[in-house]
Design a binder for this molecule. Sequence first.
Ligand SMILES: [Zn+2]
Length: 160
Amino acid sequence: MSNKSIQAQLTENIKKICGEHGIEPIWLKDCGIDDRNRANKKQKKIWVRNIRDKGDYAAALHEIGHVIRDPDECDPLAVLNANLNAWKWARDNHGHEFDDKSWKRLHSSLSKYKADVSDLADAHEVHDLLKEAEEKVPSLKPVAPNLGTVRTSHLPKKDK
Ligand SMILES: [Zn+2]
């Protein structure tokens, strides 16, 4: 299959899955905006970028997972858990379609949300899914359970 027809096929899949769950997909490009993917559970809508590869495809599945599984809270741990659940939904139901780009998208997304939570328990199950991605794609940089991403933006700037 050519790239064009693969993209068309993946796009059709997303439309079909949305249809099965009563979700309205909105293509950011049609709105003339180049924004980040997002989901609104109350409105049962997802806003997604055009699907060029399975990374984009996995990201769109993840937004569907948000509509299906999001709680109505918003502290960093709740946000991490919501994103973990959305990725789990995407992996549980469509993981057999994931390629390296899909797993990389999952890994970078969860690493980011994990870094926002201070004192995250080593046993938190986000580490299981990160590890699973690292096993699927050996080139991924492992995210240690107890370290997270080192963030320096809160440190005072040194005078030159
Ligand atoms: Zn998300």
